[in-house]
Write a protein that binds this ligand. Structure first.
Ligand code: SF4
Ligand code: SF4
Length: 364
């Protein structure tokens, strides 16, 4: 006989985040039957719905199956009780980031709107502090040159150092997460190591193959594809810009091939993000419930992309507010990149870890 220990606060938080009336699930199993991604053996999300209704936090937080779900929404469409299992699994994944956040306060300040001012003040104070230490905390005269306000050596070294430090702390939580997943399969020996199982995901990651099984939210694959590749291209351009700043070729001209690629990537991101935002605003039946974490990621990524384009034109046109926009852009960079392991963006880490583990134990 096993004891179960319900966590009522966890259940309340899950209800709040997902907007689902968990207790109305009648365990009919329709959701598992229609899910194209659920394995035949112990399929999801029916079993997760009963665990959620019972508040079984330990089982849900360390559950590999919630990561096999790609939030297509088919289960919610067919659920006869309207309890939206797709939104429940999505909220569970977000609660995993918060549960494993190291340091915990960073997970807290990006998962609750009450803490938004703190989440904003931290980068504002730190960025202003670095500029102050660099001795350039005044708006420079003459043509716009961002390196006069925030010298590239200071910018690149400080942001790199902070990112490495934050990610190193966050990795403790990610390792704990993987150990939690393993603990639920004590008798199963992984068939391959982490790197091999990660490599086996390449087709799924590069072509978004799982999204192809979706029948309810087909636009999601296109939107996710645009954001994924737009973001990768922008990362590539940023790395080049950092190298260019150290060598000779900076600032980049508007006709520089990397600049052109960067602008194409910005358009890809804006289109992908707009598809998601429009869906969440005007097609809630398909896009599902939208909570604070969903909006924080979409809006911070959109503001990052728009402000990146604005600071570029502000430089070419010598706008008076160019340096203010630049500061705002750096805060957006902080929100998207440095807070990444704690926001919904963390799915790029947690999902890869979970899917590689699922592949290693043969759960597909
Ligand atoms: S979530 Fe809906 S479809 Fe799934 S078991 Fe419960 S009532 Fe049935
Ligand atoms: S949202 Fe889609 S993938 Fe996720 S459980 Fe429902 S049907 Fe399956």
């Amino acid at each position: 006989m096993k004891n179960i220990s319900p966590d009522i606060d966890f259940k309340k938080e899950l209800k709040r985040n997902s907007g689902s009336s968990l207790n109305e699930c009648i365990q009919c199993g329709t959701c598992s039957a229609v899910c194209a991604l659920a394995p035949a053996d112990k399929p999801f999300p029916r079993k997760e719905m009963i665990w959620a209704a019972w508040g079984l936090k330990d089982k849900l937080i360390a559950n590999t199956d919630i990561w096999l779900c790609h939030q297509c929404g088919d289960c919610s469409t067919w659920c006869p009780r309207g309890v939206n299992p797709a939104d429940v699994l999505s909220s569970l994944r977000q609660m995993v980031y918060k549960h494993n956040a190291r340091p915990a306060f960073l997970g807290k300040i990006v998962s609750n709107p009450i803490w938004l001012p703190v989440a904003i003040i931290i980068p504002v104070v730190i960025i202003a502090g670095i500029v102050f230490m660099a001795g350039t905390l005044t708006i420079p005269e003459g043509p716009v040159n961002y390196s006069k306000f925030f010298p590239h050596a200071w910018l690149n070294s400080s942001f790199t150092l902070i990112t490495v430090l934050v990610y190193a702390m966050a990795s403790v939580g990610v390792v704990k997460f993987r150990n939690d997943l393993k603990s639920k399969f004590p008798d199963v020996k992984p068939k391959m190591n982490f790197v091999t199982s990660l490599f086996q995901l390449k087709k799924e990651v590069l072509f978004h193959t799982k999204f192809g099984s979706c029948t309810t939210n087909k636009s999601k694959r296109v939107a996710h594809f645009l954001i994924f590749y737009g973001f990768l291209l922008l990362l590539l351009v940023t790395v080049y810009a950092i190298i260019a700043a150290v060598t000779h070729n900076y600032p980049l001209s508007i006709t520089n091939p990397f600049k052109i690629v960067g602008n194409i990537a910005s358009v890809m991101l804006m289109v992908g993000l707009s598809i998601f935002i429009i869906g969440r605003l005007f097609n809630k039946k398909v896009a599902g419930n939208s909570n604070y974490s969903d909006w924080l990621l979409l809006i911070s990524m959109l503001l990052l992309t728009i402000s990146g384009v604005v600071v570029q034109f502000a430089r070419f046109e010598n706008w008076d507010l160019a340096y203010h926009f630049y500061f705002f852009h750096l805060v957006c960079v902080w929100f998207v990149i440095i807070y990444l392991p704690y926001t919904k963006f963390a799915h790029i880490i947690y999902r890869l870890v979970a899917l590689s583990f699922a592949g290693a134990i043969g759960r597909k």
